[in-house]
Design a protein around this ligand. Sequence first.
Ligand code: IFL
Length: 435
Amino acid sequence: ALLMMGVVPAASAAVKDAAKDNPFVAVQKTHFTRNGNPYYIAGANFWYGAYLGANDRPRLLKELDTLKGLGINNLRVLAVSEQTDMKSAVRPATTSAPGQYDERLLAGMDVLLAEMGRRDMTAVIYLNNFWQWSGGMTQYLNWFAGTPALDPNVTKDYDTYMRETARFYTNDKAQAEYRNVIRTFIGRTNTVTGKPYAGDPVIMSWQLANEPRPGNAGVSPQEKAIYVKWIADTAAYIRGLDGNHLVSTGSEGLAGSAQDAALFEQAHASRDVDYLTYHLWPKNWGWIDSKRVDATWSGALEKSSHYLNVHIDYAKKLGKPIVLEEFGMDRDGASFDVKASTTVRDRFYKVVFDVVVGRAERGDPVAGFNFWAWGGTGRAANADYWWKEGNDLMGDPPQEEQGLYSVFDTDRSTLALIRQYADRLHALERKRGQK
Ligand SMILES: O=C1NC[C@H](CO)[C@@H](O)[C@@H]1O
């Protein structure tokens, strides 16, 4: 079918590197390898890791040790943020203006990577953001197209936001600055370890952006083609800078592809996109009502199970691994309070883990998970649970209530589930490694 669509799933360029002595995560058919052995991702989202590296090293070490203790071996982190007027964006930002990068915040990533290396962890680093909470593509357009950076949390108009943000892909000046950032970041030498980023096996994958979308639900065939081309061109550009590391898109799957399976497959068929990614958000997508769980759970379960499985089938068709690199559920009763129970979240995490780990154990191309997101010792500072500059950073970026999806160090039942399934993936790694 893919061939008829003119989509020829080329083997990943990194597949050659699955040799015994290759310390970098590589792709061998539909699985990851590292040092020539099978490698699975038991991961967390930790978008603010470099911020802690720059501003709160003692907390960073504590969070990394707790995560290591849970069996977490991979962290998905934000590379850089862009200074913006949008209210619900993190401050301070790495990039204050085009070409002006804050060396102190960049050095935060050096500390994060050095400390992750000490704990045998690998990093997925996203180089941009489709959403407003780190400035992202919208801020690039404010710089280069002069369009106002409108925070969808303020306008409440996500449709317009998504349609306008996708203009990033065809704005040549924005693309030039984006490539400046890519080149600067990938070309960096770690000031802690002395290692060039492009030669550091702690990094697993360069990711084009967090949740890049082709536009809104009404996206045209032309805009879809622009999106596919942007992915292929940017992935090729990154490959040209760095032949050691994997490249990924940061896609949510169908939800981030206008529900168009052909688009999702075309976007991931590029030879320079080494594996597929997808995200699962029942609450964000209106599949569950946290205040009416009894009435909405079975529908959410059915849709989630289908979403979890169908994307693994797309990966099978493309012959590439896939990682479920985001999933989450709020606390009981839609509470943001760290003291609120997490019965529904735990039930949802178990559903996700049973599919992802179960299908990995059956040899399917799912390479692991990253839950969204690690809150650790972070705590909300304000009665309204909104973030203000100087407050603790946690799993929920500033555009969401602080406590919405974060998994905190005191969420014992959730931590036990994460530990249990991380252990199962590591056991699978050892078992496959012995063949
Ligand atoms: O990448 C993302 N996906 C979903 C998260 C929770 O809503 C959100 O915070 C983030 O922008």
